[in-house]
Design a protein. Structure first.
Length: 339
């Protein structure tokens, strides 16, 4: 059975990060466990110097400072034929416990930016910082959840899947990994399925396992790349509800990629709108006021239309438009240009 990669898609990143990532696109079924462990938690690769294995101490992030900073980042894919700029001078600031959404049409560099945050893709210019320290490679403090249902090694039970990165990164003892796995499987409603294997689960259940696996790592930032895009509409809605309930309980920091305006407004507390060719920050808007119950309201529809215009408006000139980042439940405010 061909079982593709967990962290890399399309054989991408291979171009830029040498043999480790070149092999990241090989079928997983052909990998030894140790190699798989490296892919999942990047044991053998540099991690940011700021306490990668534990939650950042509260003094590490200055009050009011962003947890994750993307500072004037451009990312190029270099092939033999050409250099493709996927992301051009993007700056973003993600604060602790924020639900930050990257929204844009296909090809505008959302996945590339997310992979750069994860440390899988190097930046060509600018810098990404976590807790003030430059991101220099992958680390267990940033965990990814992908769209693909095959991100779970099929030969491991559901519980083993959740335990695996904890053990491979030596974050916990075996007993604690098992305890955490059971705790997070309970949080995603899969306690009864701990001993089954992924092929016995529906797509939505597989995504729940991937979310449990990610949260069990207690990452600084949870990175999700269109995690619900391959689900049917009803399951997708349910998963959005469950993710919001988990966030209400755990208050993790989320960077969530989607191409759906509705999903961006429902999931995000802030939404960065990207435009393509190359991917630039077009605007940033607050979505605090919207939640699962907002659909259909006049305010929701107005925000939807405004984002639609920003996504498809031909006037791309000037610096990004940014709304106030206040976290109050105020209606969206006027957009202003930032230099
Ligand atoms: P999105 O996730 O928004 O759909 P991507 O980040 O996947 O966008 O891609 C942004 C741009 O970079 C696209 O033009 C895409 O074709 C290009 N791209 C992505 N991965 C690679 C790669 N490995 N090699 C060359 N170009 C790539
Ligand atoms: Mg993508």
């Amino acid at each position: 059975m061909r079982w593709p990669h967990v962290f890399a898609q399309d054989g991408d990143v291979a171009l830029s990060r040498g043999s480790w990532l070149r092999s990241a696109a090989e079928p997983y079924a052909s990998l030894a466990e140790a190699e798989l462990a490296d892919r999942l938690v990047s044991r053998a690769h540099p991690v940011p110097s700021a306490a990668p294995s534990q939650a950042l101490p509260s003094h590490a992030v200055k009050a009011g400072a962003a947890l994750l900073e993307v500072d004037q980042v451009s990312i190029d894919y270099v092939t033999e034929e050409r250099v493709l700029r996927a992301t051009h001078q993007v700056s973003l600031q993600v604060h602790a416990a924020e639900r930050f959404v990257l929204l844009g049409a296909s090809g505008c560099g959302k996945s590339t930016l997310l992979k750069a945050m994860a440390g899988f893709v190097p930046v060509s210019e600018g810098e990404i910082r976590l807790g003030g320290s430059p991101v220099q490679g992958p680390g267990p403090d940033r965990v990814m959840v992908f769209q693909e249902f095959d991100q779970l090694p099929p030969w491991k039970s559901v519980r083993e899947n959740v335990m695996f990165p904890l053990l491979a990164s030596r974050r916990t003892s075996k007993a604690e990994a098992r305890e955490r796995a059971d705790l997070y499987l309970d949080k995603v409603g899969l306690s009864r399925f701990a001993d089954v294997h992924p092929h016995q689960l529906s797509g939505g259940m597989k995504q729940r396992v991937a979310i449990a696996r990610a949260l069990a790592m207690h990452p600084q930032v949870l990175l999700m790349d269109e995690p619900f895009a391959a689900l049917d509409a009803l399951t997708r809605r349910r998963m959005q509800e469950e993710l919001m309930a988990l966030w209400d309980e755990l208050r993790f920091t989320l960077v969530f990629v989607t191409h759906s305006i509705e999903e961006a407004l429902v999931v995000g507390s802030r939404v960065a709108i990207l435009s393509p060719h190359p991917g630039r920050l077009r605007a940033e808007i607050n979505a605090h006021a919207f939640g699962l119950a907002s659909g259909g309201s006049a305010e929701f529809e107005a925000a939807h239309q405004r984002i639609h215009r920003l996504l498809f408006d031909e006037d791309r000139a000037g610096s990004p438009l940014v709304e106030s980042t206040s976290s109050s439940n105020q209606p969206p405010q006027a957009l202003r240009r930032v230099a």
